[in-house]
Design a binder for this molecule. Structure first.
Ligand code: GTP
Ligand code: MG
Length: 363
């Protein structure tokens, strides 16, 4: 691809990987390669060459494979995948007059010129996808089997709403905060949702201090779950007070609160907890249903939230699947969640509606 200015794009996602691939283009690309790559034989068009990249002082930056595809003015450089190597190479390019390609230029560099903004956004989101299902959906969006438009005939309003929910979810995966009184089983439930032991569980109240955050999957869709410190009255130490303040902060910022209380009774609920638990949307879990004296009714103090209360035994893993379904429904709407759970992700057809990208337009 020939571009009128010297620019570059890193084609592999940021982070650690086996290789980091850069595309260079512009009138100065060939001269840059001749100047900065040492090889037994000069890189030639249509060929792959192993070469040492050198900086302005002649020091080696990395060993690379250089490809100059036939029929184009661009060059592809495959480096080792360390972020430090990629940064050093980008710095070298910038020092030699190259600038980072715009999104439009990047698409042109990879032979996708003419991609519209929606497909380009889907492709960019796909690079950072957290689950295989999210990746598959975003690639379906970027490379649809047949050309379609949001105004497609036959799309009823429920389908349009489901597509909008799914688009919003994929563009900004939701954040969920687990909140509740000390010792309610928050960390036990969080670990069941994480699918591994990320958070410490202890019979002694006050085990969780810092918020513990990990990704979870809800019917294949990624969500960020944060386990937090128990919220009670009268923290015993300054550290406990600080832990509760942090928990409140995380809970207030979250898109949804997963409220966990021990359904087998306990101390009265603290006001700082019930205040947050009343903030919709919430999913309420009555935990420890395996214990004698368990009551399947949510305390009146939580009634205001109007949410269904799910009886669960986090320790036995009972009811955890129902919690996943309730989270999905509360976050994407009951009908979209039902459609997805019954028919899988294919049940929500593209094109998906992505939300506005401006920071103020977040969910
Ligand atoms: N019987 C029973 N015990 C449970 C259940 N869930 C958790 N527990 C126990 O309750 C105790 C507290 O569990 P945690 O998960 O640490 O509770 P927490 O709400 O995170 O507690 P803090 O972080 O201290 O606020 C532990 O001894 C768990 O094993 C359950 O469903 N049934
Ligand atoms: Mg805990």
């Amino acid at each position: 691809m020939t571009l009128s200015r010297d620019c570059y794009a890193m084609l592999t996602p940021p982070g650690r990987g086996g290789v980091a691939v850069f595309a260079l283009a512009g009138p100065g690309a060939a001269a840059f390669v001749a100047r900065r790559f040492r090889a037994r034989r000069a890189p030639s068009v249509g060929d792959l060459t192993v070469a040492t990249v050198t900086d302005h002082a002649g020091h080696a930056v990395d060993q690379a494979v250089v490809a100059a595809p036939a029929g184009g003015g661009g060059v592809e450089v495959c480096l080792h995948g360390s972020p430090a190597v990629a940064r050093a190479f980008a710095a070298l390019l910038e020092r030699e007059g190259f600038t980072a390609a715009t999104e439009e230029e990047t698409l042109a560099l990879v032979g996708l010129a003419g991609f519209d903004a929606h497909r380009a956004r889907a492709l960019r989101l796909a690079l950072a996808a957290r689950t295989r299902a999210a990746l598959a959906l975003l690639l379906r969006e970027a490379f649809p089997a047949a050309a379609s438009s949001p105004e497609d005939a036959g799309r009823d309003s429920a389908t349009a709403r489901a597509s909008a929910s799914l688009g919003r979810w994929l563009a900004c995966p939701p954040a969920i905060a687990v909140i509740g009184p000390p010792n309610a089983g928050k960390s036990t439930l969080a670990n069941a949702l994480f699918g591994r032991e990320c958070s410490i569980v202890s019979p002694t109240p006050g085990a969780t201090i810092d918020p513990v955050e990990c990704w979870i999957s809800l019917a294949g869709l990624p969500a960020r779950l944060a386990d937090t410190a128990g919220l009670g009255d009268d923290p015993r130490t300054a550290a406990e007070e600080e832990a509760m303040r942090l928990a409140e902060e995380v809970a207030a910022r979250a898109d949804l609160r997963l409220v966990v209380i021990a359904g087998a009774g306990g101390a009265p609920l603290a006001a700082r907890f019930t205040r947050l638990a009343a903030r919709a949307p919430v999913v309420i879990v009555l935990n420890k249903r395996d214990l004698p004296g368990f009551s399947p009714r949510a305390p009146a103090a939580l009634g205001a939230a109007g949410a269904v209360a799910l009886p669960v035994s986090a320790a036995r893993g009972e009811g955890v699947e129902e919690v996943r379904h309730a989270l999905l429904a509360a976050l994407m709407g009951v009908s979209a969640a039902a459609r997805l759970l019954a028919g899988g992700l294919e049940a929500i057809p593209g094109p998906l509606a992505f939300p506005d990208e401006s920071p103020s337009a977040r969910r």
